[in-house]
Design a protein. Structure first.
Ligand code: PBG
Length: 323
């Protein structure tokens, strides 16, 4: 035998020398849930180790992450049912929980990178990402709400705005509004290929944001399709997106690779709530070892993701697996 691939695996030094991909703290974005009130830190039942924080505790959490070298955060609000309406007006009202949270983080920690989520569902009495009329999700009318929301986030100090709604034309619409209001430096991370997935269950529990009627199949993508992701990516690129995101992550590694190979924008992968819950449940039962966490994060990098939104972000740094 002349060729023995095992020679390249014979010692840790050689294995490390030829390792092609790495995960570093700089690649990670930590999603954080916020609630109104004071001194709140309530664990999400289906996501052990993940909490809803009131703003005071959110600031403590962000500070402890920054000390670890984890510098990017994606904020999501849990909104009281009484504040929700058909038009998600709570999403851009002055002084609302979410806007106060963005402002507080940026004021206390200007070096932190704050990603904000633009979509109607946490504020919508219908639990949808768009305005619902006679059971239909209206596209163009929804854009107006998204535009107001995005502008409010930019005015509150958001570094990156991430529209997660999957309405057509939203990237261009929001870019135009941001630019015409002087926010040319605020980035757009588009949820480009967001699938109508069953993996979002724990997130919807965390925010109480599940659709009251119907499902999200008229706007989120069919899990069976990959070529459609190229159409979405092309449009987002033309409309001015700075990042393309694929969501969920693990069941869609092929889509991450597809966008990586066809577009030159950075690709983000969202390792969603259900993926987190799945690993945590299996680890808690002793059915899988904790090593599955790093194997999963590495797979996103190998597929071509530059950035990973993951609920594991803090724990992998705390445990010394990621630097
Ligand atoms: C909604 C939104 C969802 C997630 C992020 N933004 C859920 C949905 O579309 O219903 C899911 C994130 C996760 O599951 O971790 N705009």
């Amino acid at each position: 035998m002349l060729k023995r691939p095992r020679r390249n695996r014979k010692s840790p030094v050689i294995r490390n020398m030829i390792q092609e991909t790495h995960v570093s703290a700089a690649n990670l974005i930590f999603p954080l849930f916020i609630v109104d009130g004071e001194n709140q830190k309530v664990e999400v039942k289906s996501m052990p180790g993940i909490y809803r924080y009131s703003i005071d505790n959110l600031l403590r959490e962000v500070e402890s992450c920054l000390k670890l070298g984890l510098n990017a955060f994606d904020l999501f609000p849990a909104v009281e049912e009484a504040l929700k309406d058909k038009y998600a007006t709570e999403s851009y009202r002055e002084g609302t929980l979410y806007l106060r949270a963005i402002e507080a983080v940026k004021k206390n920690f200007p070096e932190a990178c704050v990603v904000t989520d633009v979509a109607m569902d946490p504020y919508s009495s219908d639990g949808h990402d768009g305005i619902v009329k006679d059971g239909e999700i209206l596209n163009d009318e929804t854009l107006e709400v998204l535009g107001k929301m995005a502008l409010a986030h930019a005015q509150s100090g958001a570094d990156i705005i991430a529209p997660s709604d999957m309405m057509d034309g939203r990237i261009g619409y929001i870019r135009e509004i941001l630019d015409s209001n002087g926010h040319t430096d605020v980035s757009l991370m588009s949820y480009t290929a967001k699938y109508a997935s069953a993996y979002y269950g724990p997130f919807r529990d965390a925010l109480g944001s599940a659709p009251k009627n119907g499902d999200k199949k008229t706007y989120q993508m069919n899990p069976a399709n990959s070529r459609e992701a190229l159409i979405e990516a092309q449009l987002d690129m033309e409309e001015g997106a700075d990042f393309l995101m694929v969501k969920p992550g693990l069941p869609y590694l092929d889509i991450i690779k597809l966008l990586h190979d066809n577009f030159h924008l950075p690709i983000a992968a969202y390792n969603v709530s259900g993926e987190y819950a799945m690993l945590k449940a299996a680890i808690a039962n002793g059915w899988l070892s904790e090593a599955v966490i790093m194997e999963t994060l590495l797979s996103f990098r190998r597929a071509g993701a530059t950035s990973i939104l993951t609920y594991h972000a803090k724990e992998v740094i705390e445990k010394g697996w990621v630097k």
